[in-house]
Design a protein around this ligand. Sequence first.
Ligand SMILES: NC(=O)C1=CN([C@@H]2O[C@H](COP(=O)(O)OP(=O)(O)OC[C@H]3O[C@@H](n4cnc5c(N)ncnc54)[C@H](OP(=O)(O)O)[C@@H]3O)[C@@H](O)[C@H]2O)C=CC1
Length: 573
Amino acid sequence: MSGRLVSLNVGGPRDVAWEGKTVRTAIWKTEVEGPRMVRRINIDGDDQADRLAHGGEHRAVFVYQLGSYRYWERELGRDDFTHGQFGENFTVEGLADDEVCIGDRYRIGEALFEVTQPRVTCYRVGIRFELAAMPSLLVAHHRPGFYLRVLEEGSVQAGDAIEKVADGPERLTVADTDALLYLPGKSPARLERALRIPALSEGWKGSFRDLLAKAEDHTDPTPAWAGFMELRVAEVRPESASVTSFRLVPEDGSEARPAAAPGQYLTLRLRSGANALVRSYSLSDVPGQQGFRVSVKRDGAASRYLHEQVKVGDVLDVAAPRGAFVLRAGTRPVVLVSAGVGATPVLAMLHALAREHSTRSVWWLHGARNRAEHAFHDEADALLGALEDAHRVVAYSRPGPEDALGADYDVAGRLDLGVLEHAGVPVDADYYLCGPAEFMSAIEVALGAYGVAPERISTEAFGAVAIRASGIVKDGDRQPHAPDGGAGTGPTVTFVRSSLAIPWDDRYPNLLDFAEACDVPVGFGCRNGVCHNCESGLLTGDVTYDIEPLEPPPAGRVLVCCTRPGSEVTLDL
Ligand SMILES: NC(=O)C1=CN([C@@H]2O[C@H](COP(=O)(O)OP(=O)(O)OC[C@H]3O[C@@H](n4cnc5c(N)ncnc54)[C@H](OP(=O)(O)O)[C@@H]3O)[C@@H](O)[C@H]2O)C=CC1
């Protein structure tokens, strides 16, 4: 016998008041008597509040061990735990996290189970324990607990013996798998080992694939310079009726240019302080001896300022290139899909492909209203002409009477699934999308219908994009705003993507809570500095950490869930 099922616990979602918010959670589980059916998705009577983070076939049953109960009672000096305390469905004797391996199979009662992944660290366990640091402690002390997939459904009850019936391949324990995701020292060999385990859940496989790609990407992610640097405007050039390009060079006229990956953006500070005007603009070519080029459509306060006020010779404060929307190396075909001024980052990619005389098949799909609104027409054609295997589809949604079909544009109407199909765009390509929000969602849906795998599609969305807030129940969608209840007196916090600059307020425990009070979209998971879901760009300023993160973020990045500003800060949020 490997162990014993001590208690079977179930529970459904409930709303809990927590730090002024309402959180929907099913972490409260209650011990039940007698047998229960365990099905592929759930135990009868059990449910999850947040199906994206919990539950589903890979996470049907959560297991926690009595050995860890005793450990935490000693460690935290508590004696108030009841079965289900850790949100687990099965409280078990035996089956320690440093012994059980991913892929191990167990028979309990009539049902057969397989170990799929450790617990996803989540702030709700901190709510349940009334101890905010609990998610971080579970990881730091290597006692996460684990999930089971149900291979054979059946009836199970407390007291049942737990029999191990098969060993998982690679012998990677739950504790080691958890450390591989959340703790420093990620060895590529170990990541590859984890990826060879068929039973590992798809979510964890995806995270390990991303970590492996990062480990194999030797480009330095550190921004080329800290904070803002003065750059001089060397050229101002209209590209269309509404788009103008600005070329920026270092003030000292030096020839050496820090590199940027094609697809990245620059952040310009046009005014600082409480009236800050700070915006990010994609680079529209590959920086070189000519400096950096950004191309801006006139449509808001900052772009109006650039179009109306900024002249050759002016000096602007500019933060170093940043961004993860970059051209991936390889030999696959590349499909660059853009609309309007969304062409800018993919045009930089086209420049990079032309510069390296790429032999990849390159597709340029662009939507504009008409020739007058169509920026970079000749430039893109020249770059495509220099490539060995290039294809162009330009769609005009409202062509003018002078616009020539076949020369200026190729299709009348919008880019859509029909256009993709007619052009015969390759399905196995790397796709890069940028443009208005509705355009991007429409094209993503079309690409899905066309058979393109989601991991082949990269998107760039500027402006405050909606980010799923794990389990927080919100009253409605508000635009970013100063927090209700008056302004603070601390240093200015600038949220670049949300176009908001407001004084920090000490009423808030950290920058994440402050951002949420302002309805600034921001992702999070553990709220404990463990999962890095809240990791954001820190363009300027210093922060102090409330909870020291288990793995610090790279230079120029910050975990907003556990930091307060130490000075004026500029965040890429
Ligand atoms: N790095 C980044 O993240 C960048 C992002 N952007 C984003 O790109 C946007 C570009 O907008 P802008 O230049 O004003 O674009 P426009 O409003 O000028 O639209 C450009 C073209 O896209 C078409 N279009 C709009 N919606 C769809 C759709 N759902 N499906 C297919 N085609 C569509 C329009 O057709 P119609 O005439 O029928 O409306 C038009 O032909 C900006 O708002 C910005 O948010 C821009 C630059 C960089």
